[in-house]
Design a protein around this ligand. Sequence first.
Ligand code: HEC
Length: 104
Amino acid sequence: MEKHPTIVGVVGGVVGTILLGIVVWLTIAYTGVYNVAASDQHFDAVRWTLDTTMHRSVANRAGGVDLPENVSEDLLAEGAGHYAESCAHCHGGPGQEPAGWSRG
Ligand code: HEC
C-alpha cells in the first residue's frame, strides 16, 4: 500500500466528490423531497444560505445604483402611501407591527 496519494487518486477523489455533489443536487431537485411550503420554516442552513446570498448580492450591486437627486415631499408622500397600502401589512412600518397572518 502506498503512503502518498497518487495524482490519479487525487483526481479520482476530486471528480468523485463533484459527481456525488451533482447526484445529491439533482436528487433534491427531482424528488421534491425538500419542502418549500411558506407555512414551514427552512432548515437553518438553507435559511442562512438564502439570507446571506440575498444580503451579499444586494451589497455587491447597491453601490452602482444612482439615487434620484431631488426627491420632492410629494413624491416621498406618494411612495409612503404606496408602502402603507401595499407593503406595511406584511413588512410593518414605523409604529406598525406586521399583521399576524403575514407571518406564515
Ligand atoms: C403578503 C405579504 C407581503 C407583502 C404584501 C409584501 N411583502 Fe415583501 N416580502 C414578504 C416576504 C414573506 C418576504 C421574504 C422575507 C424573508 O426572506 O424572510 C419579502 C421580502 C421582501 C424584500 C426582500 C428583503 C428581505 O428582507 O427579505 C423586499 C425588499 C420586500 N419584500 C419589499 C416589499 C415591498 C416594497 C412591498 C410592497 C410593494 C412588499 N414587499 C409587500 C412578504 C410580503
